[in-house]
Design a protein around this ligand. Structure first.
Ligand code: GAL
Length: 352
């Protein structure tokens, strides 16, 4: 007899590019469900029971095809490298590797053949008496243009204290390379169509300065006396209001996580109306906050709003190492040496 306290299942999701896409689910003792689809190892559902049914706290689409029909990476797995690499040129070991580009001259989120475009091999794997979802993919250099092949496993674990633990494990198979994965998870914790009534707290004294292509200059800017100051719990709607004179009309920014917050809670998002919150713990030194400023009605077939996209419909919180890290001395280490394995983790703890 099974004594698992977490229930697991897998079902056919749809067909995409002549491949079967599979949906895997885990449900804990509090009736919290996490599910993921094999296209992009995408976080499809993080749902909680409510008085009237269930609410999904992350944005999703009904069909696989919707995910790649727009530039928004909705809750998808991102790699090898989250964020932008200048001119698609990766400095590594004294050489410069020309990568594939997908935003003008820039390589964004691993380029046009990054993790999010791959159909991952998924399975339910029992570990320490509980089921987990494990996605596996060997990302080839010939596929995405980065040096070396890497063997990658993304593991979803759900606990009975309502924490989703996402682990990335990568082994560099034949050459030194880089690994800076993240999840492009868009949260909307409330019952409204936007996150303007949410509060955000981020353990960051500084954020990155960008050039006009949103590439880091290498400078850190203080959050003090700016709309970027989320050190205390702050209204996201008010902060977005204070960003209306910027081209983005909201946040699309990278916070440098304070050293003492790394491996601890780096950020907390909450919805005061419903009293729901998510706290993010991670070993990474950066957090992208993207308030979906540029969501449009086109190609945005969201389940939540019955087919349309709306600016500020969700907020993407992407824990990652600061981007383009091999171009700067003080952005952190994203290199994996040939034969080496690196592991990163992002945990999301929900309360409701
Ligand atoms: C974010 C990035 C944004 C935008 C978004 C996806 O990580 O900072 O500029 O590209 O991803 O639409």
């Amino acid at each position: 007899m099974s004594t698992n306290s977490i229930k697991a299942s897998s079902t056919f999701f749809d067909r995409f590019n002549n491949q079967d896409i599979v949906k895997f689910s885990l449900t804990n003792q509090n009736n919290v469900t996490v599910s993921a689809i094999s296209l992009g190892a995408t976080l499809y559902e993080f749902s909680i029971p409510t008085n009237t049914g269930r609410t999904n706290l992350v944005l999703n689409y009904p069909n696989s095809g919707d995910y790649l029909a727009n530039p928004f990476y909705v809750s998808m797995g991102i790699g090898r490298t989250g964020g932008r690499i200048k001119d698609g040129q990766l400095p590594l070991n004294g050489q410069t590797y020309q990568l594939q580009t997908n935003e003008g001259t820039t390589t964004l989120h691993g380029g046009p053949n990054g993790f999010n475009t791959q159909v991952w091999d998924g399975e339910i794997v029992e570990e320490d008496g509980e089921p987990t979802i494990q996605f596996h993919h060997t990302q080839l250099s010939s596929e995405d243009g980065f040096p070396g092949d890497i063997d990658v496993t993304i593991i979803y674990r759900l606990t009975n204290d309502n924490t989703l633990k996402l682990t990335f494990e990568a082994t560099a198979l034949n050459e030194d390379t880089v690994f800076n994965p993240t999840y492009h998870t868009y949260f909307n914790l409330g019952d409204n169509d936007t996150i303007l009534k949410h509060n955000l707290q981020v353990n960051a004294e500084q954020h990155l300065e960008f050039d006009d292509k949103k590439l880091p200059t290498g400078n850190f800017l203080s959050v003090e006396n700016t709309p970027f100051d989320f050190r205390q719990t702050t209204s996201l709607g008010n902060a977005i209001q204070n960003m209306q004179n910027t081209p983005e009309k909201g946040f699309d920014d990278i916070f440098k996580i304070n050293d003492d917050a790394i491996n601890n809670t780096i950020a907390t998002l909450q919805d005061p109306e419903t009293n729901r919150s998510v706290s993010i713990t991670s070993d990474r030194n950066g957090l992208v906050v993207f308030t979906a400023n540029s969501f449009t009605k086109e190609d945005m077939n969201f389940s939540r709003t019955n087919g349309i996209g709306i600016p500020y419909e969700g907020v993407a919180l992407e824990a990652q190492n600061l981007p383009d890290a091999t171009r700067f001395d003080n952005f952190g280490d994203i290199i994996i040496k040939a034969g080496e394995t690196k592991v990163h983790e992002i945990d999301y703890h929900v309360e409701f």
